[in-house]
Design a protein around this ligand. Structure first.
Ligand code: SIN
Length: 483
């Protein structure tokens, strides 16, 4: 099961200007499920990151001058190769990240969908002509690629977060340098191998893997040849990177943390709400920015919801990602487990009641049991912090106004979910929630056709959809006179 059909997809060196870069020092990639070494990877640093930026700059002229059709053909080939190799890419992803194999293969297809989407969308970059204020002038607006794009991507989606950014950047005519998380560099390197096989020219897509996050991050956020910086990760780190980007006034887009409320109103289909809450909460062991962070249930239906939800949580299968039937895998690290455990402990001390899980499972040191806390209030640590783990805190409310106020009482604004049937309520709540994405009677909302992104301290910019190209394009205004 864990054997790759194509062992050439397991790459262990940075990919710069079409070359696999050797380094003298190395680091190990560890399988979080069993703490075994998956691979030893060459450790790049500041120097290699600079080389990658220089390569991306050199490749920009030719790449940006290709027609959108020419770029689309290469991106489409890349998409085809990713899909042809999705089982192997899924295996690599499960080995380094831990998520169940079916979910890992699902992530690969999800990532590939962005490559397919932007291959097409790149052909639909439109400009404008605007009525000029005087008869001897014409106003024209054209759109051009921003330039070299630098990205830092997280361990929770080692494939899709790169594909989502790179596909839009490349389709727009930009070149790309990514530093993936050092916990999960193998998926990124496999994508580079397939980009090369697809015929994407040297220097257009570069991957630098290395432990010096501060040093490499400085290059990517401050190098004068980087025109745009994009990051997916925590709000805390995002703020530091934003500050660094200010020194050269880069165009930025940030997909940062979330604290998603999942609201169940008294007119909801409770079974559907339970099913939505389960996938939205326990997907990727709760380690996504859009995972449900707080379940808000109307008091009149709370008992019935909690009973059904508890039963569904009992049916979840926690285990190693290659075991058939497993739907909740390990967490990424001991530190992540400790953070979650601490939030649970503090909230129980503050009055919450544990009704399921609440501890590390005997399956191993990274396996945290799917957990439910009731009698939670919005100011408890488990509700006010981004949990990033398989814990569902349940809060009750009385009225629609109270639910909206509780939901919005956070500095985050990424995703929110609610279940209701009354059409007036659906509109009121959808419009009242201060979040960039709202799932209405739906627990999984991410797809290539939709604009992914947040408001407030959850970031800026949008990824995917027709809006996703805008972050990689500059608007240029041409004023023609003397007519
Ligand atoms: C994330 O957690 O950052 C991404 C989740 C998604 O794309 O659905």
């Amino acid at each position: 099961m864990k054997q790759l059909s194509d062992v050439q997809l397991l790459k262990t060196r940075s990919f710069i200007n079409g070359q696999w870069q050797k380094n003298s020092s190395t680091f190990d990639v560890i399988n979080p499920a069993n703490n075994e070494r998956v691979a030893t990877v060459d450790n790049a640093g500041i120097e290699e990151t600079e080389l990658a930026v220089i390569a991306a700059k050199a490749a920009l002229t030719l790449w940006s001058k290709k027609s959108a059709n020419e770029r689309a053909i290469l991106l489409r080939r890349w998409f085809d190769l990713v899909m042809e190799n999705k089982d192997d890419l899924g295996r690599i992803l499960t080995l380094e990240q831990g998520k169940p194999l079916a979910e890992a293969i699902g992530e690969v297809s999800y990532g590939a969908a962005f490559i397919e989407w932007f291959a097409e969308e790149g052909k639909r970059v439109y400009g404008d002509t605007i009525a000029a204020p005087s008869a001897d002038k014409r106003i024209i607006v054209i759109k051009q690629p921003v330039g070299v794009v630098a990205a830092i991507t997280p361990w929770n989606f080692p494939n899709a977060m790169i594909a989502r950014k790179a596909a839009a950047a490349l389709a727009a005519g930009c070149t790309f340098v990514v530093r993936p998380a050092t916990l999960t560099p193998l998926s990124a390197l496999a994508l580079a191998e397939l980009a090369q096989r697809a015929g994407i020219p040297d220097g257009v897509f570069n991957v630098v893997v290395g432990k010096d996050s501060a040093g490499m991050g400085k290059v990517l956020t401050q190098h004068p040849d980087v025109a745009k910086f994009t990051f997916t990760g925590s709000t805390g780190v995002g703020k530091k990177l934003l500050t660094q980007c200010a020194t050269t006034v880069k165009k930025v887009s940030m997909e940062l943390g979330g604290n998603a409320p999942f609201i169940v109103f008294d007119d909801a289909d409770i079974d559907a709400a339970v099913a939505g809450a389960i996938v939205s909460k326990y997907r990727n062991a709760g380690q996504t920015c859009v995972c449900t962070n707080r379940i808000l249930v109307q008091d009149t239906i709370a008992d019935s919801f909690i009973e059904k939800f508890s039963q569904a949580v009992k049916n979840l299968s926690l285990g190693e990602g290659f075991t058939p039937g497993v739907n909740v895998g390990p967490m990424i690290s001991i530190a992540a487990i400790e953070d979650v455990n601490n939030l649970v402990k503090l909230s129980i001390e503050a009055g919450a009641t544990l009704i399921a899980g609440g501890k590390v499972d005997e399956k191993g040191d990274k396996f945290y049991q799917p957990t439910i806390l009731i009698n939670v209030s919005n100011d408890m640590p488990i509700a006010s912090n981004e949990i990033f783990g398989p814990v569902a805190p349940i809060i009750t409310f009385t009225s629609e106004e109270e639910a909206i106020a509780l939901a919005n009482d956070t500095e985050y604004g990424l995703a929110a979910y609610f279940y209701a049937r009354d059409i007036g309520r659906v509109w009121r709540v959808a419009e009242g929630l201060d979040f960039g994405m709202i799932g209405i009677n739906e627990g999984i909302i991410s797809n290539a056709a939709a604009p992914f992104g947040g408001v407030k301290q959850s970031g800026n910019g949008r990824e995917g959809s027709k809006y996703g190209l805008d972050d990689y394009l500059e608007i240029k205004y041409l004023c023609m006179g003397g007519i």
